[in-house]
Design a protein around this ligand. Structure first.
Ligand SMILES: [Zn+2]
Length: 130
């Protein structure tokens, strides 16, 4: 089973060049995961964000419109982790980078979806559409 999981990770995050072609990332080795000695093309935080994007429909279908509240919390946490590291106040860990990225990635697309639906309803009310 571990072998299958490693094969999956290598196919998605190591051999897949589409990710690094369209997603800009610093790719620092000390901030990236490795599997079988091979570095992911994305750092731990970006790996979490991408993973969260793919799983984000789960967040929307379980949280509904409450996802906007969770997005604000997750955005504050990822900003806190990222900026305190950027300002050299502390050093984050790869697992923390991944988890903050994952929580952001899980909630951000759903947040955008909820906002777009609200804008659509506002426009619909303004023009009296049925
Ligand atoms: Zn990155």
């Amino acid at each position: 089973m571990k072998n299958l999981w490693e094969q999956f990770l290598i196919r998605v995050f190591v051999d897949n060049l589409t990710l690094c072609k369209y997603w800009r990332c610093h790719q620092l080795s000390e901030r990236s995961f490795f599997v079988r000695g091979r570095q992911f093309h994305l750092c731990a935080r970006c790996t979490g964000i991408i993973t969260g994007y793919f799983l984000s429909p789960l967040a929307y279908f379980t949280l509904g419109e409450e996802v906007t509240f969770y997005f604000i919390i997750c955005a504050m946490i990822i900003a806190l982790d990222g900026f305190t590291q950027l300002w050299k106040l502390r050093e984050s860990a790869n697992i923390l980078r991944f988890v903050t990225g994952l929580s952001f990635g899980l909630t951000f697309p759903s947040f955008c979806f909820v906002i777009l639906i609200k804008i659509f309803h506002l426009i619909k009310e303004c023009y009296g559409w049925q």
